[in-house]
Design a protein around this ligand. Sequence first.
Ligand code: FPP
Length: 240
Amino acid sequence: MLDMERIPTHVAIVMDGNGRWADKRRLPKMAGHNAGMKAMKEIVKKASSLGIKNLTVYAFSTENWKRSAEEIGGIFKLIVVYVDSELRELHENHVRVQILGDYSGLPTASVDRIRRALAVTEKNTGMQFNIALNYGGRDDIRRAVTELAALVVEGKIKSEEITEEMIGEHLWTGKFHANCGDPELIIRTSGEMRLSNYLLWQSAYSEFVFTDTLWPDFTPEKFEEALLEYQGRNRRFGGR
Ligand code: FPP
């Protein structure tokens, strides 16, 4: 049984395996992403009902631009479909949408829906749903460094006064951006055991749960199982 007193405040997910799910069924890749979006909808509802404060999903990485134009366009179209079909319910459930990453270069229709989702849910105080879009962990750190360097140039801070905390504040997850902090738990589906440039700085003390389940088959029940596995871990943060 899940211990409701020890629900992690921030869970991050690498939604991997959409392509293999489609291959297994001899369907086009987009059918896999479509099924992946449906799985994501259910996990958002489940996470929100469990009282998780922050759910972060890896929807599109800075490396995903290497995929075919057709697949990239398809994923961006799914953002439009998702916002058009889900924004009302997200808002009714008090979910606040945030984006980790620079989405300004996406197609206009996607940018338009993202802006709408951000604006409509801006004041919501329920779960924060962070969508990592055009996100890369190294790029995240590079951007934070750029912001801090600008503050040094402007004479607002001294370079030797830069702390780990300040770097964290300038990351996409930090207080100057989505303000969701570091995830206690990172889940990756589809049997791959790597971070793939996700939340590099933020995962310093995260627990990892890997499952062989392909993302479209990742049900709310499997999400609960991952939380149970997390609750069985002993987090020491380098101490005793
Ligand atoms: C990884 O599977 C998945 C992605 C790169 C895209 C994830 C996108 C969604 C779940 C769509 C919903 C997104 C939004 C924001 C509406 P893969 O294709 O790498 O799987 P494979 O490793 O089996 O090929």
